[in-house]
Design a protein around this ligand. Sequence first.
Ligand SMILES: Nc1nc(=O)[nH]c2c1ncn2[C@H]1C[C@H](O)[C@@H](COP(=O)(O)OP(=O)(O)O)O1
Length: 218
Amino acid sequence: MSNPEASKETCAPHVVKEELMAAGQWLKLEKMTYVDRSGSTRTWETVKRTTRLTNPSADAVGVIALLKRTLHKDCVVMVKQFRPPMGSYTLEFPAGLIDEGESAEVAALRELKEETGFRGEVVGVTPVTCLDPGLSNCTTQIVMVNINGDEGENINPTQQLGDGEFVEVVLLPLDEFQSKIDVLLKKEDIVVDSKVYMFAMGMAQAFFKPMELPVLKQ
Ligand SMILES: Nc1nc(=O)[nH]c2c1ncn2[C@H]1C[C@H](O)[C@@H](COP(=O)(O)OP(=O)(O)O)O1
């Protein structure tokens, strides 16, 4: 199939100018001027964090933490908190900004301990991923963590919350993750993070779809 737009392509798109429109302590709004692939100069309004680090990791980490306990189902450790930009409570993975010089793995274990009290062990990490690239250049790395729930400090976990932080820990069984989230959403005025719900749908497919294959139904 021929693409009429292809004949207009003259160059690789690139940013030529970033102009500050407004700035606060944590965020700034910029007007970015860029050249698109047809060679036309255009602008784009962009939100950026003022806290962007010089190290190569992402702005923030999200933590998929699995709590593993003897004689219990594996649970995903979630956090519920009031988020001012949403004007409501949200259901999210534990998360937070990466400090200068910190790796994503170290930041993940620190944030998990602070927000939930659990001590975990890293089992996987994503590359730097974008969050909402039409709005912002904000990035995150998602870190997979296992928690030995039979271990001393994980039996009675103690949060280490800062001033103004109010975080409720919510444990949801991994094998019913999506349905338990759906129950919470029906019961409470709460918004779920898209990463969480995508993970839940993926887990539901992984758990239940194989059983729906005709060959396994007999
Ligand atoms: N966009 C923000 N506005 C603020 O007024 N304050 C903000 C913003 N982003 C971060 N912060 C503050 C809030 C905390 O005091 C620190 C650290 O946040 P952290 O816990 O690392 O991240 P979140 O859990 O995502 O809030 O930054």
